[in-house]
Design a protein around this ligand. Structure first.
Ligand code: AMO
Length: 456
């Protein structure tokens, strides 16, 4: 008999069906055995009656056994129906139960209500924990978020390209970079597709990419990973950096709208509330932001090069109180603090036309206008002490005519974490990499002959 998905059983009342899935729960009640079966589409209760030919098999089946079950879909009597559960009004009367795979006893409680692990245990057991609906909900929301990004970019005529991971130079500068031994030569894992998206923009005008990028963050914070999914965009023929801001705002707005439309069940399961984006997201210069923080807290951060995490948190609170917005743009950072490609303001070249988007106290996005004039770019390359040879491909694109342009990047895990109110960004990464973990803890013994043990 062909497999019916559990989520579709409601359409098969009084029919004999075959389902396949896992045993989520097993309850023995007198001479009857009750199960909750689970597949990718949902849950259903199954009952094995005392005289059922499946009783013998049912006795040997425990949680997480993989089974094929045949039975009749019955409406549950009114008094036994559970209006809050999907399929709560039906039940499968089991006639045959075939074991497809056995399972060891679970190392912890995986039930809907009893599941409550600390983060370290959760990550140590990611392979198993991924089966839990709460954990699945996190990654379903993340997948919907990435889909929505892609769709919006395409709707705005952006071209998707694949950026390389192994690069000859670092785009973002700084020491936070993983070195690769590339046939005896030095190379790096990409920190950002920045230089590539700019190059591709000079041919395709509007481009985007969904990539993995790597940051050798030497600290263990709740908002940093060493491997992240970066949602990148770059666009030519802008009039001002505000065109980039507006495009990024429209992108985030679309993502939020799509999550509201498509992910309401997951958001409800996780008790998450989408952040509020008002009609025009407040935009402050760094100087204005610092003034506001000083006025509200008495903490004098004026003249600082950047906002620290505490400043970002306070600023978001101020903006929320004043405008109702959970979002705020901050622009105009000191030129020398940022990468060489960022465009300096024409009137005040000591400040650039780069921006960040903050939400609920955390940075979601960076971007802004870039230098497109070849001469100016070369001046910055020299002033930033970079080797033009190493970025010769990038420079060539600008030497032969590039329009005024800008772009932005969103961190998928940061967004997921903030939207869902997760306490730690590791919860928003299916297989998080941080200073101490590559699936298993790095302190775990490494075989003596391992030549590729991580150094970072
Ligand atoms: P930036 O370095 O700010 O900008 O990165 C863009 C966004 O990526 C996310 N992010 C991180 N998330 C988790 N852990 C990390 N270690 C981490 N680092 C960054 C954040 C951040 O806002 N080339 C520029 C983008 C541009 O100008 O287009 C860049 O990479 O959400």
């Amino acid at each position: 008999m062909e497999r019916t998905l559990i989520g579709d059983l409601g359409k098969h009342i009084s029919e004999t069906v075959s389902i396949s899935g896992w045993v989520d729960v097993r309850r023995d009640q007198g001479k009857m055995v009750f199960f909750d079966f689970r597949d990718r589409s949902g849950f259903v209760q199954g009952v094995v009656l005392p005289d059922s030919p499946a009783m013998e098999a049912a006795k040997g089946v425990r949680k997480e056994f993989v089974v094929r079950v045949e039975g009749v879909v019955n409406k549950r009597p009114e008094k036994n129906a559970n209006a809050n559960a999907r399929n709560g009004d039906i039940e499968l009367e089991v006639h045959s139960l075939e074991e497809l795979a056995a399972a060891d006893p679970l190392p912890f409680d995986m039930s809907l209500t009893g599941f409550n692990l600390d983060l370290a245990t959760e990550l140590d057991h990611r392979a198993l924990v991924l089966r839990h609906p709460r954990i699945q909900a996190i990654f379903k929301v993340q997948a919907a978020l990435i889909d929505a990004f892609r769709e919006f970019m395409k709707s705005q005529d952006f071209f998707e390209f694949q950026a390389p991971t192994i690069t000859p130079a670092t785009a973002e500068g700084g020491a936070e970079v993983f070195r690769v031994d590339y046939f005896g030569k030095k190379a790096y894992l990409t920190q950002s597709p920045q230089l590539y998206k700019q190059v591709v923009m000079t041919a395709f005008e509007r481009v985007f990419s969904v990539n993995r990028v790597f940051r050798a963050e030497p600290s263990a914070t709740t908002r940093h990973l060493t491997e992240i999914v970066s949602l990148d965009a770059e666009m030519g023929f802008i009039g001002s950096w505000t065109d980039v801001r507006d495009m990024s705002e429209a992108t985030v707005r679309h993502i939020l709208e799509q999550l509201k439309a498509r992910s309401s069940a997951e958001l409800a399961l996780l008790g998450a509330e989408l952040p509020v984006m008002i009609e025009k997201t407040p935009t402050l210069s760094l100087t204005e932001a610092q003034e506001k923080i000083f006025a509200a807290t008495g903490r004098d951060v004026r003249g600082g090069k950047d906002l620290n995490p505490e400043d970002e948190r306070v600023l978001c609170e101020i903006v929320k109180k004043d405008t109702g917005s959970d979002f705020a743009y901050v622009y105009g950072y000191p030129t020398r603090q940022k990468p060489f490609y960022v465009f300096p303001n024409s009137e005040h070249p000591e400040f650039n036309e780069g921006m960040d988007l903050l939400c609920r106290g955390v940075e979601w996005l960076s971007g802004g206008r870039r230098i497109n004039d070849y001469g100016q770019l070369m001046e910055h390359v020299r002033a930033w002490g970079m080797d033009p040879e190493k970025i010769s491909m990038f420079l060539e694109a600008f030497r032969y005519g590039a329009p005024p342009e800008g772009g932005f990047a969103l961190g998928a895990e940061r967004m997921t974490m903030q939207i869902l109110g997760l306490k730690n960004i590791r919860e928003a990464s299916m297989f998080p990499r941080d200073m101490h973990r590559i699936d298993t803890l790095l302190s775990a013994p490494v075989p003596d002959d391992a030549t590729d043990a991580p150094e970072n």
